[in-house]
Design a protein around this ligand. Structure first.
Ligand code: FEC
Length: 311
């Protein structure tokens, strides 16, 4: 890889096995082990999701390989991708070390999450930056790509597909409410002037316009179980509100995520779907991006753009 530009592809990370769930959960909780019943509850959620346990690992592997292929096609021999995970092996620091071992001296970091928050993407970047400085790698970062035209186009296609699935279903003649969503964060990001909410609304608005959707709103999901207040309303509360408005059909569009994983396959497909059914609402979800070529191009072009002024 000598002479190549390193690309550190960062993602959330997921356990490697059921035995690994405790260490993973402890890492997310910044070193505080979960109570036995919390641990059991998380394991139960992994068992309940469709598509086998820990789909995020395979999906992240696929996205890293897909990005490598795309960069290789566009710029043969120029880029080498490395994986760095926030809460599981290979950790972000492991990825930077692997680049250093291969003789990489110049690199770019990108996170598999389109929107910037100091509490999400910001913490990935901080860790990578520190390790890169320690190992003498000159590293730049893509901070967000939430309005990249190819990302918006990939999401538009999925919203239109989701609307046709609903139209063919039992609530086919009902007007559809599109619910864009993303992972909640503690409310204190507001005092920090964080761009997360604004960027999420910008993506929602751009996708809605592209898909000719006028009846939409944004809602949060998957808030953490901590004592401090998290951004709301949560999708479960939003569904209750929509029932009172007489809404019968909802398309969930989790635009803050790019992969099939627990927060989509459990929080939306199991929990939100059951809540909707209880309230007489038919809920469908848009397909996730995973290895979509338009998403791979979004990542590749964002990486090249960040290097452009220096070339
Ligand atoms: O499929 C999988 O194995 C992983 C699914 C998963 C994704 C994900 C994305 C984000 N999180 C973000 C922030 C937080 C904060 C806390 C927190 C807690 C959890 C727990 C699990 C979990 N998260 Fe996560 N998150 C995923 C999984 N997350 C499991 C622990 C149990 C629970 O609360 O449900 C709270 C930490 C604390 O206790 O202090 C904060 C953000 C994202 C989206 C951006 C990104 O991908 O980085 C932000 C996927």
């Amino acid at each position: 890889s000598k002479g190549k530009i390193g690309v550190l592809v960062m993602s959330y990370g997921t356990p490697e096995s059921m035995d690994d769930v405790e260490a993973y959960y402890t890492h997310i909780r910044r070193g505080n082990p979960p109570a036995p019943e919390q641990l059991q509850e998380l394991k139960d959620r992994y068992v309940a999701i469709v598509g086998g346990v820990f789909p995020l690992r395979e999906n992240t592997n696929g996205q890293v390989a897909g990005l490598q292929d795309k960069l290789e096609t566009l710029y043969p021999g120029s880029y080498a991708c490395y994986q760095g995970l926030k809460h599981a092996r290979p950790y972000i620091e492991d990825g930077v070390e692997a680049m250093a071992r291969d003789g990489i001296t110049k690199a770019v970091g990108i996170v598999l999450a389109p929107h910037y928050s100091v509490m999400s993407v910001g913490t990935y970047i901080k860790r990578a930056k520190e390790k890169a400085a320690e190992l003498g790698i000159d590293m730049d970062f893509v901070e967000n790509y939430h309005l990249h035209p190819k990302l918006v186009e990939a999401l538009r296609q999925r919203v239109e597909d989701g609307l046709s699935v609903l139209a063919r279903g039992e609530a086919g003649s009902e007007p559809v409410k599109v619910l864009f969503s993303a992972h909640s964060l503690p409310e204190r990001i507001r005092e920090m002037g964080d761009p997360y909410e604004k960027q999420l609304l910008e993506t929602s608005d751009a996708v809605a316009k592209a898909a000719n959707v006028t009846d939409w709103q944004f809602t949060w999901q998957s808030a953490g179980r901590t004592r401090e207040p998290w951004l709301g309303p949560d999708i479960l509360e939003t569904l209750a509100e929509l029932q009172s408005q007489g809404v019968k059909a909802v398309l969930a569009a989790p635009i803050g995520f790019v992969s099939d994983h627990l927060e989509v396959l459990y929080d939306l497909d199991i929990e939100a779907k059951a809540e909707a059914a209880k309230r007489g609402i038919h809920l469908e979800r848009i397909a996730m991006l995973n290895r979509d070529p338009l998403y791979m191009e979004t990542l590749a072009e964002s990486i090249v753009d960040v290097l452009a002024p220096k070339r």
